[in-house]
Design a protein around this ligand. Structure first.
Ligand code: BV8
Ligand code: ZN
Length: 245
């Protein structure tokens, strides 16, 4: 049985630590995981159908409403002890890389810097047509789940879209390249709160294992049984990660 003590030993020796996170690291802050974010208006929708350029082109108000709903939820929550422990871990090792699938800003609000957002962010909207970036002028106004007409681009009056990576869209090149290089050279990788279902991000812990890094999954579920590599530290990130500091 792999214990926090074993990770602490590995941390003391680590030259390059990679922390790879998913929705589970934000769960204890009250941020619904990707599938749980489908409430009310969006309840009966499959995320892979909603989080696509096609869905936005077809139904911009419906999709924009969903993202404004998630942005509103984020403004009401705080980073949790897992985010704070990860920011602290960065100071304890010679080389550190933080890779996330999350589109929230809780790692940054906990003090982490240079976070590699593989799937974009809810805070970097841009024009769907000309790609120019857009600055939010106000907090989301919606009081309940509702359709909202996206703002218009001041350059080409195209619809403004969320700055996230939708299914079928390629990941941001620089971030993916940096993440790929990091997992190939790290000696310890902590995979925190991810079900490892979405590709190509889900490959990263595997590549680290193939490069002889020690891989530890921190998740209430026994992930090593699912990924067939690495160790499992079963439990909530907000309870386990502070034990490593
Ligand atoms: C692309 C942004 C190609 C949007 C997201 C290979 C095989 C099969 C399919 C594919 C493949 N390659 C590509 C695909 C298609 C697709 C894909 O992977 N589909 C899956 C569903 C089968 N991938 C893509 O489309 C990608 N693009 O491939 O482009 C291409 C190439 C060239 C040119 C053009 C195109 C793009 C994928 C990105 C999609 N965008 N997010 C938004 O947020 O709205 S994905 C989104 O879902 C998140 O970012 C995240 O990645 C994923 C959710 O997963 P998790 O974060 O792991 O969360 P989940 O809820 O699943 O699990 C939570 C876990 O936490 C659980 O394990 C739970 O036990 C645990 N937990 C709960 N509480 C806690 C906890 N753990 C710790 N502590 C707790 N307290
Ligand atoms: Zn435009």
């Amino acid at each position: 049985m792999f214990a926090p003590e074993d990770v602490k030993k590995a941390l003391e020796k680590a030259q390059h630590l990679v922390v790879f996170t998913g929705a589970g690291v934000s769960a204890e802050s009250g941020v619904p995981t990707f599938r749980d974010a489908l409430t009310g208006l969006w309840e009966n929708f499959d995320p892979e159908a909603l989080a696509t350029p096609e869905a936005f082109a077809e139904n911009p108000d419906f999709v924009w409403g969903w993202y404004e709903w998630r942005r509103k939820l984020l403004l009401e929550v705080q980073p949790n002890p897992a985010h704070i422990a990860i920011a602290e871990l960065a100071k304890r090792v010679p080389k550190f890389t933080l890779i996330t699938q999350n589109v929230d800003d809780l790692h940054e609000r906990a003090g982490s810097t240079d976070v590699l957002h593989l799937h974009g962010s809810l805070f970097t909207p841009r024009c769907f047509d000309c790609g120019r970036s857009y600055e939010f002028t106000q907090a989301p106004t919606l009081t309940k789940e509702q359709r909202i007409t996206p703002p218009q681009c001041e350059h080409c009056s195209g619809n403004i879209r969320p700055g996230v990576v939708w299914f079928g869209e390629s990941l941001p090149e620089a971030e993916f390249k940096a993440a790929f290089e990091a997992v190939q050279s790290c000696d310890l990788l902590l995979s925190v709160g991810t079900s490892g279902m979405v590709y190509p991000a889900a490959q990263l812990p595997e590549i680290a294992a193939q490069n002889n890094a020690t891989v530890v999954h921190i998740n209430p579920q026994k992930m090593s049984a699912i990924t067939r590599h690495g160790y499992s530290l079963q439990g909530a990130a907000g309870e386990i990660l502070p034990l490593l500091i």
